[in-house]
Design a protein around this ligand. Structure first.
Ligand code: G6P
Length: 612
């Protein structure tokens, strides 16, 4: 939520900051701004709207400095406007600050500052922090560094910040608590960003700031200290392992479409080196050190948000079926504030593409406080959740830029299948069955290709239902979460109201909505629920709903019952949920494009939700 960048070096800062902000725009895109230091004064340029609008505004100004900070915003306090955009400047005009997070005690601090005569310009919580830094700097006659650290010690909430001060123009100060910040170490130059994607074209050497750390960049290099006591911290440099091509759109019109197509490889990449085809098992290196505790767990809690929560729900079905261990799936935002019955016999699995979602991170911390083993399923290597969990399995889907998650979801589900297979083998799932499932997982890439080849047919379906105001997605068992995910994709990017429901539950409410205008998408594989789902299809047909079926085998019966059938051929019945998600992603994509929506940056959303 909100993207922040900083540059300190010898090149012109403005174009570098703009480029960095474009890479981070998925984190927020309602307004943007930069502050650039020139000699001993900085210029601030801000604009409501996307980074492109800021870029245009900057082109008219000749800003030449080589030190600067930039921000792309997702509004929390105060509407998106030029005034509320970051950077924020204190009333003396000496400090400029960008912030990702929420200052929770801003109202109290603001009152104190106002009583001292400070005049506020914006409606943001962030401005309180820059005014507080300035107040301490002037009242205590202290240094830039001490003013920032003293102010941060008074703050309750979360922050990733970068600050500049015109009295010490050759210094940038950054700090983190709850919002990520990465330092890119170049050759005589430094880059700062909320994640590594803007850094990769400049340097592969990065340092991830930890909670409560403060970074000082100056002419003599950089130093990292603890905010709480100003003690220096020694940090190791890590290396970014993804390439620039992975974060470019290539020939695709949208990142989302690129990422949908990448699933042909990403699902395979997730399982690469982990499947033991001959043994009908898997090897999961990231959890080996804790494997006994996982195998003997009394129960699992899976905690996540959004699409990752849907992956968790599929995990519940398959882990209970294979491993025979009770699994509870909870929204992280609920889990963190209630009193779940957890202890040292509980394993808490956090699923998160970004590894930075504030609620999921907080849920993990709560689990640790209660003595649970914590286990992360993350996509972003080195992310907060992956570092704070006791063990984990990376999804290896590569950077996901489209705000609506696609390839991360199928990768998360693939990891859960591997975990289920491993635990299943301990729980009596035979070697023979294990071999069949391992081979089916291994072959998913080809099946994905088959589905992607149906994109024209899916676009035709989208053309037929493009004017729908509502859509219903129905499935049973493991396909109920797939229905939820299909509905979420549609809502997110096409703004069509959609609901996912267990197919049988339709009778208890949603059936009232069905008429000849209502598309109803059924997940109907030929498994033990097939006959029941067909009955539900009949019920919708009787009420004239438009029926679209996703199945593993097209039959005359299904054709006669529906307006359209999409085939997802599986070699193993249990893999249907992974594959069935893909036509639903394509359907949402085509509908959004046909409706003229901004697919990669849907309104009001952000990819990485680092606020509660
Ligand atoms: C946001 C994104 C979703 C994502 C969710 C959880 O809402 O728009 O695509 O599923 O956050 O994010 P995470 O990074 O924790 O998986």
């Amino acid at each position: 939520m909100c993207g922040i960048v900083g540059y300190f070096g010898n090149n012109s800062a403005a174009p570098l900051l703009i480029k960095g902000l474009k890479r981070l725009e998925y984190r927020g895109y309602d307004s943007a701004g930069v502050a650039i230091m020139e000699q001993d004064a900085f210029t601030v340029t801000k604009k409501a709207g996307k980074v492109k609008e800021l870029e245009t505004k900057l082109k008219g100004a000749s800003v030449k400095g080589t030190i600067g900070i930039g921000h792309t915003r997702w509004a929390t306090h105060g509407e998106p406007s030029d005034l509320n955009a970051h950077p924020h400047v204190d009333q003396t005009g000496k400090f400029a600050l960008i912030h990702n997070g929420i200052i929770e005690n801003y109202a109290v601090l603001k009152q104190i500052l106002e009583q001292k005569g400070v005049e506020f310009y914006s409606e943001t919580d962030t401005e309180v922090l820059v005014q507080l830094i300035s107040m301490i700097y002037h009242e205590d006659n202290t240094s830039f560094e001490m003013a920032v650290t003293q102010a941060l010690r008074k703050v309750i909430g979360t922050y990733g910040i970068v600050v500049m001060c015109s009295d010490e123009p050759n210094q940038l100060i950054a700090a983190r608590l709850g919002s990520p910040l990465v330092l890119g170490v170049g050759d005589g130059e430094y880059f700062l960003a909320s994640d590594a994607s803007p850094l990769v074209e400049h340097t592969r050497n990065v340092i991830y700031l930890e909670e409560g750390e403060c970074l000082l960049i100056g002419d003599d290099g950089y130093e990292i200290k603890q905010v709480k006591n100003s003690e220096t911290v020694e940090k190791k440099i890590s290396h970014i392992d993804f390439s620039i091509e992975e974060i470019e759109k290539g020939n695709y019109p949208h990142y989302m479409l690129k990422e949908i197509y990448e699933q042909e490889n990403t699902i395979v990449d997730t399982m690469r080196g982990r499947l033991r085809l001959d043994e009908g098992n898997v090897h999961l290196g990231g959890i080996q050190d804790h494997i006994l505790r996982i195998e003997r767990a009394r129960h699992f809690y899976i905690t996540a948000c959004g699409t990752s929560w849907h992956a968790g729900l599929i995990g519940k079905y398959i882990l209970e079926e294979f491993a025979g261990i009770p699994v509870h799936v909870e929204y992280a935002s609920e889990f963190r504030y209630r009193d779940p019955v957890i202890n040292s016999q509980s394993v808490v699995i956090a699923i998160s593409q970004s590894g930075e979602t504030a609620d999921t991170l907080a849920a993990i911390r709560k689990a640790k406080e209660n003595g649970c083993l914590t286990f992360g399923i993350c996509n972003v290597v080195g992310s907060s959740i992956s570092r704070e969990t006791d063990c984990g399995i990376y999804t290896h889907a590569g950077p996901e830029i489209g705000v609506a998650s696609t390839k991360a979801f199928t990768a998360q589900v693939s990891v859960l299948y591997m975990l289920a297979l491993h635990l299943g083998r301990k729980n009596g799932y035979s070697k023979e069955d294990g071999i069949k499932l391992a081979h089916a997982l291994h072959d998913l890439g080809d099946r994905v290709k088959y589905i992607l080849n149906q994109t024209d047919q899916i676009r035709n379906i989208a053309e037929e239902i493009v004017d729908a105001d509502n859509c219903l997605y129905l499935g049973r068992g493991t396909n109920f979460p797939v229905a939820l995910e299909g509905a979420l994709k549609l809502k997110e990017i096409s703004y069509i109201h959609a609901e996912g429901y267990p197919a049988a539950e339709m009778k208890h409410g949603p059936i009232a909505l069905i008429d000849e205008k209502m598309p109803v998408i059924f997940l109907a594989p030929h498994d033990k629920t097939y006959e029941k789902v067909v009955s539900n299809i009949q019920e919708v047909k009787a009420r004239k709903g438009k029926i679209i079926i996703v199945t593993d085998k097209v039959t005359d019966d299904l054709k006669s019952l529906s307006n359209h059938v999409i085939e997802v051929p599986v070699s193993h019945a249990r893999t249907f949920p992974i594959l069935a998600t893909i036509p639903l992603q394509l359907l949402a994509y085509h509908l959004a494009v046909l409706r003229g929506c901004d697919v990669d940056m849907p309104r009001n959303l952000a990819k990485s939700v680092t606020v509660e």
